[in-house]
Design a protein around this ligand. Sequence first.
Ligand code: NAD
Length: 431
Amino acid sequence: MIEARKIREKIKNKKAVISIIGLGYVGLPLALEFTRKGFLVYGYDNNSRRVSKLKRGVEYISDVKGEFALQLIKRGRFVPTTDKKVLGKSDIIIICVPTPLRKVKIPDISYIIIATKEIASVMKQNTLVILESTTYPGTCREVILPILKKARQEKFFLAFSPERIDPGNKRYTLNRIPKVVGGIDNISARLAAQLYRQIVKRVHIVSALETAEMVKILENTFRLINIALVNEFALLAHKLGINIWEVIKVAATKPFGFMPFYPGPGIGGHCIPVDPLYIAWRAKRAGFKTKMIDLALQLNRYMPKYIVQRIKLMLKKKNISFKKAKILVIGIAYKKDVKDLRESAALDILEILKKEKVNVAYYDPLIPYLNIKGLKMYSVKLDRANLKGYDCVVIVTDHSNIDYKLIQQYSKLVFDTRNVYSGNFSNVRRL
Ligand SMILES: NC(=O)c1ccc[n+]([C@@H]2O[C@H](COP(=O)([O-])OP(=O)(O)OC[C@H]3O[C@@H](n4cnc5c(N)ncnc54)[C@H](O)[C@@H]3O)[C@@H](O)[C@H]2O)c1
């Protein structure tokens, strides 16, 4: 209790030293936010290239300006490092490491385990450890707790608080999204909540660690399933000759009971295609089958194939052989205005087209080159002459800073999977 009071005082006076493990999409904005609020923050990342970029003011995440991070580094309040010893100097340690899938599509929590072992090897007594990485319910209690206990018996605090950041979202930035906190005990939960109140207005404390773990997975599974539903409606609407975008726009005028989701070329990113598999795996262990999740994944994974089929049909209607066609994919990041390629549906589309031996190129202002999944390509120039050379231009990711007017004016055929063009143009086909 006395120790909790000490940390509480330190948080209140901004004297608590915070370490963030993992300076990625989640950890870096969080580290900078705590620094901005007056805390000394160590950013520990074992990727020396990222740490070196930060120290040089080079940005690697679209939402974080390199120059801004550099200013905080120069003031000595944000210290990016590859040295895990900083964890031993910290009162609070927040884990923001990846939680991907293994090849066999089951949770890979090895990054969490490694990070926890690193903490256990150097942490001082009474440290507050918080996990922010998305994971299945039970990870904190069954995986993290035993590792920390072995090193420090009972003398630490443990909480889970899922990161809910939406990269590229200018309206809901980190400090405008309420936090959820669950603790191994009441003191841990209350300490973590007090910490997050320094950077966000609303913090919800839940009754158990597992509740907080499940909240995040429910949020992302909700998106997965609604996207699948709207994709299914898009396929049907096309068959029936109905404009799905208009249907959604008008359905959204209902002031209650409906939330608009939009169809697209498939799901991508670190969250939507991944997190539901974490809970599906956990459910299986409990002898429970997640039918909705399995079906939604199946529907969404079909979308890249559907996009290619539609391209084939459009070209056929124009008497152009699919195999001899020249296709340009616009936007390959997994979503608008981010540089992130993880699980991007555009990669599946490129892969299918390459397998079919189609002449395909891409343009993405945020991703100048691509070297992934056996695809080695450079972004082409988007100009009048180039556009005229393609038989079909497919808009897959609708980044803001793309000249869509130019694309419409000089392309023979545009397949718009994101409803970029709301007007009627003879050369534009919508999803
Ligand atoms: N990206 C998102 O939009 C988002 C949103 C909410 C939640 N999340 C969740 O947050 C977690 C982190 O995601 P991210 O997108 O920030 O990942 P990321 O890959 O961008 O960053 C993770 C960082 O952790 C570092 N790292 C890994 N293991 C380490 C270790 N043992 N010691 C030190 N550094 C280590 C990596 O080098 C990397 O820089 C995941 O669980 C993800 O599901 C992500």
